[in-house]
Structure formats: structure tokens, C-alpha cells
Design a protein around this ligand. Structure first.
Ligand SMILES: CCCCCCCCCCCC(=O)SCCNC(=O)CCNC(=O)[C@H](O)C(C)(C)COP(=O)(O)OP(=O)(O)OC[C@H]1O[C@@H](n2cnc3c(N)ncnc32)[C@H](O)[C@@H]1OP(=O)(O)O
Length: 149
């Protein structure tokens, strides 16, 4: 599968040893997801293929499915930056309908932290950098035990 230039130097990252989340765990029938990280940056990445089972309107990926994948990829960027956290708030802007069976790419990053609050942003684009959705959220740091670590 072709990946955009920005993804070519990245290292695939397997989250399954930490979680069997419905987004990225053993379930890959509805959503096929591969995470990537860049050792030299605080960003976290995902390549995602939503299968037809995730549709809302015919042929269009359900907004909740998109939000779930953005949420987890945003949560993961805080985890990988050694700040285990849970989502307190999440806003998603949907810029154009995403057809099912179309590969898209997610990039997330920590914008800033304030005490226990971590402000995280994300975006979902296709290989031509067309924007399908972007997101921002406040994640709140919690003890490891809260998220099963
Ligand atoms: C396994 C590894 C793999 C990791 C792989 C990654 C997997 C990630 C999965 C995706 C992530 C998820 O879906 S997580 C699941 C969905 N989310 C949840 O279940 C969270 C449920 N909510 C909670 O547990 C709680 O409400 C918390 C932890 C968010 C906050 O409770 P608390 O601990 O009592 O803290 P509290 O004092 O209320 O708040 C702390 C600070 O955050 C602020 N704050 C709290 N809520 C909000 C809010 N909605 N919007 C703005 N700000 C807020 C407060 O004002 C305060 O700011 P200040 O006064 O200090 O300034």
C-alpha cells in the first residue's frame, strides 16, 4: 500500500502489547489500522482503512468511527510521550465525506500541557493531503493503573 512521503521514514508501531482496543486490537475486520511513530518527534501517526461495515450513510464512513480512531491516536500520542491520560473532551470537525475503503492518514501531536491537562490535536488526510477531519481534545493525566498499565 502506498504511503505519503511524510510516512516513509516512520517506524511501524504495534500497540497490541498494551491494549486490545476495538480500534487497533485484534479486530481488524471493520477498521484496518497501522500505527507509526517517529523517534525524533512528539507526533504519532496512523494509516487507516475503514471497511464498508463502518458506514453510516451508504458508502460514507460513520462520523463516530472517525472520532474513535482520532480519539485513540490522540490518546496514544500522550501515552508515547510518557503521559498516560484519558479523554476529557474531544471535538471533531468533518470537512468532507470520507468514502469507505479509502486509505487515509492521521497525524496527532501534543500542543501544550497545563498541569494534568494535555491539549492534543489531530488531522486525517488522504495521500494528496486532502483534509477529511481534524480534531482537538483535552486529555487528563491519570495514574497508570487507571488505564490498565
Ligand atoms: C494502555 C496503553 C495504551 C494507550 C493507548 C491509547 C488508548 C487511548 C484510548 C482513547 C482514549 C479514551 O478513549 S479514554 C476513555 C474515555 N474517557 C474517559 O473514560 C474519561 C472519563 N472521565 C474521567 O475519568 C474524569 O472525569 C477525568 C480523569 C477526565 C477527570 O477527573 P479527575 O481525575 O477527578 O480530575 P479533575 O480534577 O476533575 O480534572 C483535572 C483537570 O482537568 C480539567 N477537566 C476535566 N474534565 C474536563 C473537560 N471535560 N473539559 C475540560 N477540562 C476538563 C479540570 O478542570 C481540571 O483542570 P485544572 O483545574 O487542573 O486546571
Amino acid at each position: 500500500m502506498k504511503i505519503p512521503d511524510e510516512f516513509q521514514h516512520l517506524t511501524p508501531y504495534n500497540m497490541n502489547s498494551y491494549t486490545d482496543s476495538f480500534v487497533s486490537g485484534k479486530q481488524q475486520k471493520y477498521i484496518e489500522l497501522q500505527y507509526y511513530r517517529d523517534e525524533n518527534s512528539l507526533k504519532f501517526y496512523a494509516r487507516v482503512l475503514f471497511h464498508v461495515e463502518t458506514q453510516g450513510a451508504p458508502g460514507i464512513v460513520h462520523g463516530g468511527a472517525i472520532a474513535s480512531v482520532l480519539d485513540e491516536t490522540m490518546g496514544a500520542v500522550s501515552f508515547l510521550n510518557k503521559m498516560p491520560a484519558v479523554t476529557a473532551s474531544l471535538t471533531v470537525n468533518y470537512h468532507r465525506p470520507l468514502p469507505v475503503e479509502k486509505t487515509v492518514y492521521i497525524i496527532t501531536q501534543v500542543e501544550k500541557t497545563e498541569g494534568r491537562k494535555i491539549y492534543i490535536i489531530g488531522k486525517m488526510v488522504d495521500k494528496n493531503q486532502r483534509l477529511f477531519a481534524d480534531s482537538k481534545g483535552i486529555f487528563v493525566k491519570v495514574p497508570n493503573e487507571r488505564i490498565g498499565l
